[in-house]
Design a protein around this ligand. Structure first.
Ligand code: SAM
Length: 248
């Protein structure tokens, strides 16, 4: 019976597609894609001729119903987005939840994701992280979201548009302080891939120092709040630990 494959595609480097993704994209009856023109170019590169159907934020609900009917007819379908993993700050949630609740198989084909690519090479803690997608576009809401990270115990990962990256960094310096560690990952997997990390204020200076630094695609990562921001002196913490070890 019908099956829906969720297929990750490259985020810049066309070599980053799996053998399995290429096979499945060639075998399915139909591929749902955000921007069919963009995806046709990608599929042409791999000589895949499968039919494409558009599925984007504005038609997803209606498309989901149509695609469900095809699954009921026994067709197999794939979902791709313009770049990376579908549903990760990209369309597909309505479709996947509908197909799952109707009892169809939904199979992930893992691959590129900008958030994970950025995180695994940034040098920030990875044991706990929080993916926040895009920050709000409105300034007050964006500032509030950043302020809420003051005591975060996990690395925070955001996507940010080039036209807002400088403003967001400036807000971050205001709200979390000049000393907070931040890493920007830019143009991942592409020719001019760059990681720039350091104190938030230094990352802001780097962005301002050359307009080229603000162009391209960005992942912004913020280190967890450090323990030494704590009001409690180190000796007191050491003493507390000793006392705790003695407790029954
Ligand atoms: N679904 C995608 C994924 O799996 O990463 C993300 C889609 S979201 C609409 C696009 C955002 O992802 C960009 O604005 C940027 O923040 C980030 N992004 C995508 N490709 C990137 C790359 N090559 N380098 C850095 N960031 C990237």
């Amino acid at each position: 019976s019908g099956c829906l494959y969720i297929v990750a595609t490259p985020i810049g480097n066309l070599e980053d597609i799996s053998q399995r993704a290429l096979r499945v994209l060639g075998e399915v009856d139909l591929i749902a894609a955000e921007d069919t023109r963009h995806s046709r170019t990608l599929l042409n590169h791999y000589q895949i001729q499968t039919r494409l159907l558009s599925l984007h934020d504005h038609n997803e609900k209606q498309r989901a119903e149509q695609l469900l009917e095809r699954l009921q007819q026994g067709q197999s379908l794939a979902l791709i987005s313009d770049a990376g993993t579908p549903l990760i700050s990209d369309p597909g949630y309505a479709l996947v939840s509908l197909c799952r609740s109707a009892g169809f198989k939904v199979v992930p084909l893992p691959g590129p994701c900008a958030a994970i690519a950025a995180l695994c090479a940034a040098g920030l803690p990875t044991d706990r992280f929080s993916f926040e997608g895009f920050l709000p576009v409105k300034q007050v809401a964006r500032r509030t979201s950043l302020a809420n990270l003051a005591d975060a115990r996990a690395t925070t990962v955001f996507y940010e548009a080039p036209r807002r990256i400088e403003e967001t960094l400036a807000m971050l310096v205001d709200e979390l302080g000049a000393e907070r560690q931040v890493v920007l990952a830019k143009e991942l997997t592409k020719t001019f891939e760059t990681f720039y990390g350091g104190r938030s204020e230094d990352v802001l200076s780097w962005l301002r120092e050359d307009p080229v630094h603000q162009k391209g695609e960005f992942v912004l990562m913020i280190a967890p709040a450090s323990d030494n921001n704590s009001e409690i002196p180190a000796e007191a913490i050491a003493l507390l630990k000793l006392l705790m070890a003695e407790l029954p």
